[in-house]
Design a protein around this ligand. Structure first.
Ligand SMILES: O=c1ccn([C@@H]2O[C@H](COP(=O)(O)O)[C@@H](O)[C@H]2O)c(=O)[nH]1
Length: 232
């Protein structure tokens, strides 16, 4: 069984637009991520249809609420047969424990990870929120708490991967958005690395959206990234 490292972010307004790309992809080549835009437009039915088409699906809804609400949301998400789902680490210990317990009770438990600091943020945006520690220190604090709660890994930038690998070990899953091929636009991302650099720094999986979905030929863009990371 293959373990594709690329997770394509299906940030589309509706199922028809997403399915146009999905129909040309291959579950052996990539996994798929459904986030807030597509899920809000299409709901769980489209997620199930991607699972039925053989794809590993990362349901990226970043749950962040009181423990009971998050646990119930995680239980419902687990019933969709997704490969991975996530919460915000800043929801805290009780919330993450409740999420993990809910997922563990699923017939086929998905991987459960927690968002540390969004890749669109930098030191300045964190300080504006009252976080005075350096960004990497804050990411490590949230990732350590996530690991202590028994989750499988975190969402972070690949720039933090070396630190997290050293402190949290090789088995902790590091899912990294903010991936940009060398010539690509940064868009709203702040902490970025190229696909090859991200894997070399210790990323487990690369989340890639616009560099593929907005490319003139999305399949060619995915193939070129796949080529760049071959053997890494
Ligand atoms: O910290 C985070 C957490 C999630 N994301 C999501 O990943 C993709 C990235 O898309 P690009 O088009 O490659 O920038 C998007 O769906 C985000 O919601 C993230 O970017 N950063």
């Amino acid at each position: 069984m293959t373990d594709p490292k690329i997770i394509v972010a299906l940030d589309y307004p509706d199922a028809a637009a997403a399915q146009q790309l999905v129909a040309r992809l291959d579950p052996a080549l990539c996994r798929l991520k459904v986030g807030k835009e597509l899920f809000t437009a299409e709901g769980p039915g489209f997620v199930s249809s991607l699972v039925d088409q053989g794809y590993g699906v990362f349901l990226d809804l970043k749950f962040h609420d009181i423990p009971n609400t998050v646990a119930k949301a995680c239980a419902a998400a687990s019933r969709l047969g997704v490969w991975m789902l996530n919460v915000h680490a800043s929801g805290g210990r009780a919330m993450m424990n409740a999420a993990r317990e809910a997922v563990e009770q699923a017939a086929k438990p998905p991987m459960l990870i927690a968002v540390t600091v969004l890749t669109s943020m930098n030191e300045a945006t964190l300080h504006e929120l009252g976080v005075s520690s350096p960004l990497q220190e804050h990411v490590l604090r949230l990732a350590s708490l996530t690991q202590a709660c028994g989750l499988d890994g975190v969402v972070c930038s690949a720039q933090e991967a070396p630190l997290l690998r050293t402190k949290l070990g090789q088995d902790f899953c590091l899912v990294t958005p903010g991936i940009r091929p060398a010539d690509a636009s940064l868009d709203d991302q702040n902490r970025v690395l190229t696909p090859a650099a991200a894997l070399l720094q210790g990323s487990s999986y690369l989340v890639i959206g616009r560099p593929i979905t907005k490319a003139a030929d999305p399949l060619a863009a995915l193939r070129s990234i796949t080529e760049e990371i071959k053997g890494l």
